[in-house]
Design a binder for this molecule. Sequence first.
Ligand code: DX5
Ligand code: ZN
Length: 223
Amino acid sequence: MRNNIILSPSILAADFSILGKQIKEVEAAGAEYLHIDVMDGSFVPSISFGMPVIASIRKTTDIVFDVHLMIERPERYIEEFAKAGADSITFHLEAAKEPGNVIDKIHSLGKRAGLSVKPATPIADMVPYADKLDMLLVMTVEPGFGGQAYIPESTERIREARRIFTERGLAADIQVDGGITADNAHVVLEAGANVIVAGSAIFKGDIRENVKNMRKAFAAFEK
Ligand code: DX5
Ligand code: ZN
């Protein structure tokens, strides 16, 4: 048995001057989630956007908001992101003092909880939280910027994460984020990922065509 394969286009690569329109396009093309990257200029070098942008696009769509917090001490803002319209909130293991409490907080607000690990963080570090998680995000690039290349060592890390969940009888989602294209999606799917984030590969060029190509790459794993 395997979890459904979900496409989560990352709006970091969108044209923000026509963001609402582009969200409609990915939704119409059949994407299930919208990946929303929040960066604080401290946990990662860059700054993206925050609650007001999320609240504003929330009014335009019912698509699942998959919020990826790349911020220090995420516990400070869980309630605000929930209020802004997040359906799923993912924070970084490296950024939280008490990850277990953050997961509980997200759940207490009725949202799905995700935990993310940077490429250098051992996958084993997530084991204490495995049974609480709705999703593990295995970063496949160094977080902070779109348009980077997939780190090949990620494949074995995805496999390890899937093994850990399976051994414990857990069916959590495994998300991958960074450098995923229609050409390499099969690598992460084969390793056990099932929630696929893609920024540049969806928003650069023809959105509808890009979603279609990504779906084609998923098809072999959806039998
Ligand atoms: C990187 C972000 C990603 C980014 C992915 O820190 O978390 O979500 O938007 O962009 P691509 O798919 O272009 O690598
Ligand atoms: Zn992301």
